[in-house]
Write a protein that binds this ligand. Structure first.
Ligand SMILES: [Ca+2]
Length: 526
């Protein structure tokens, strides 16, 4: 193998949703479904105690590689998540499908709430970047009425949500029977992650006082570790970080700070294609800097916020244990997308490398064997179908996601072979990626043709997606890591021309299947 050189329709189901079929489904079929399926539950615990509860924990902007369960070298102290993983299953191949707007949170959270793919979800306000949104054949109107809270409300669940404000599916969020939202990114009990946990603890107390027996679906969303990453002082000190806010100076270097990640670069080798993108140039504490002091301090802030979240989850789980509800509760932990913070010279969430396209996912609950892992190959949009499956509820007709209950039960390793990703919140047509097995292709067609790049990675051999730039001696000195000669982008290597062609064809096939309205420079139909 040659050494690196630096280079200059699954077609969504036919849309059969209408308002009339929707309401017919709920009024006539749901009672039957609940009666016939839920109480024939597949687990002994569910059948003894009635339908299972759900605690869905969604953090904002966290790379799986921040967590020890995905990256043993991570210095993050997360005993609660580690225990959750030991008590349940870790999904290694969980992804968000992507975004057509810089606020990646928005499409991601629409996909979670609707179980629909990235080109089949509505725009939000001025974030009107999905050309399919006006086509009712692809994006049904009134979709919120078959979203997650609507489905669980109609099935007799008590639904509660706490989360940040904004960048989500507002019409669906409004359907939770109890909602307590505020953006909490400060470093105190009232201004930080503890606030979100306190809302859940308070809700559980009220439920207990009122003697409510109905099962619950609690959506516990945290506003962190999304920037601004103002951690609590004790945890900032633990990770050697400061809440750096002075753009004219660099934060102090501290031995306690996380080391630079193995795929750190001082600059991405070509423009990502979204000029003036907030996350790449304007995040407080980082701005457009990628120097080691800035990146290590920001990683310390990220971990400080993540450890605080871990503590807050622990408080909620302890409470459920004391209430006797924990064993009958599915606890699902994930993030709306990953994050770069210096990896590949990028800072934000607007790329398709593994650190950002993948998300952490841990699931614990009745019938899931402790201390297990599976590749899964799931998207966040699969959560709705999975929740419905575990609860014994029919998924809504508008759902396109696949239940991965068979993965959680250990019957299958994964639910699909090919995964597709998109980012095109900047110049069009943007970035696309496809993954099958250990092989991954990423393509960039941005800035009116000024950037047309293709990358091919063998992830088992090159899990950090190292590029030729990572082989430069000065970079190796910073990361204290020496890549193996073949750990690089293989797109231009003639030995892998056939593999590249195979993935190029798979990518186009995925674009067609998902109603991607754009084509890249070298694709048919351009
Ligand atoms: Ca986010």
């Amino acid at each position: 193998m040659v050494a690196c050189r630096i280079k200059t329709r699954v077609i969504a189901r036919e849309p059969i949703f209408t308002k009339s079929t929707f309401w017919l489904t709920f009024y006539f079929l749901f009672p039957i479904v609940i009666g016939s399926r839920a109480f024939n539950g597949s687990t002994a615990i569910a059948s003894e105690k009635g339908r299972p509860n759900f605690l869905f924990i969604l953090v904002d902007d966290q790379s799986p590689f921040d967590l020890k369960i995905y990256n043993p070298h991570s210095p993050l102290h997360s005993p609660v998540l580690n225990q959750l993983a030991a008590d349940g299953m870790v999904i290694d191949g969980a992804h968000h499908m992507g975004a057509w707007v810089g606020a990646v949170c928005t499409p991601s959270r629409h996909m979670i709430m609707t179980g629909r793919s990235v080109w089949h979800i509505p725009n939000r306000g001025k974030q009107d970047r999905n050309p399919n949104a006006a086509n009712p054949e692809l994006v049904p109107s009134g979709l919120e009425h078959s979203s997650l809270p609507a489905v669980f409300n109609h099935a007799g669940y008590r639904t509660m949500r706490t989360c940040k404000n904004g960048n989500s599916y507002d019409k669906a969020n409004a359907l939770f029977t109890e909602s307590r939202t505020a953006t909490k990114r400060g470093g105190t009990e009232e201004t930080g992650s503890a606030w979100h946990a306190n809302q859940v603890l308070d809700y559980l107390s009220q439920r207990e006082t009122a003697g409510v027996d109905d099962p619950f679906f609690i959506y516990l969303g945290f506003s962190h570790p999304h920037d601004t990453r103002d951690g609590i002082p004790e945890l900032l000190a633990k990770y050697g970080a400061v809440n750096h806010s002075d753009r004219r100076s660099l934060p102090p270097v501290n031995d306690k700070q996380p080391k630079l990640p193995p795929n750190y670069l001082p600059k991405h080798p070509f423009h990502h294609g979204h000029p003036d993108l907030r996350d790449e140039v304007a995040v407080s504490g980082v701005w457009d800097r990628r120097d080691p002091a800035t990146i290590r301090n920001e990683l310390g802030r990220e971990l400080a916020c993540s450890e605080n979240i871990d503590r807050q989850i622990g408080r909620v789980l302890d409470r459920l244990r004391v209430m006797g509800e924990l064993e009958n509760t599915y606890v699902v932990y994930t993030s709306d997308h990953g994050m770069a913070i210096g990896r590949h010279g990028l800072q934000g969430k607007q790329n398709l490398y593994e650190h950002t396209w993948r998300v952490p996912m841990i699931v614990k609950g009745p019938g899931i064997k402790p201390n297990t892992r599976a590749i899964g190959n799931v998207y966040l949009m699969d959560l709705l179908a999975t929740f419905c499956d575990l609860a014994g509820i029919d998924e809504p007709e508008t759902n396109e996601g696949l239940s991965f209950r068979s993965v959680l039960s250990g019957e299958r390793a994964s639910i699909r072979d090919v995964l597709y990703g998109v980012y095109c919140g900047g110049t069009l047509p943007g970035m696309r990626c496809v993954k099958k097995g250990d092989w991954k292709l990423i393509k960039y067609d941005v800035l009116d043709g000024a950037v047309r790049e293709t990358q091919l990675f063998h992830l088992a051999e090159n899990p950090h997606e190292l590029l030729a730039q990572h082989h430069v001696q000065t970079n190796q000195a910073l990361t204290a890591m020496t890549p193996l000669p073949h750990q690089c982008d293989l797109a231009e290597n003639p030995d892998y021309a056939a593999k590249r062609a195979e993935l190029e064809a798979l990518l186009l096939d995925q674009q067609i299947q998902h109603d991607d309205p754009y084509r890249l420079w070298d694709q048919a139909g351009k």
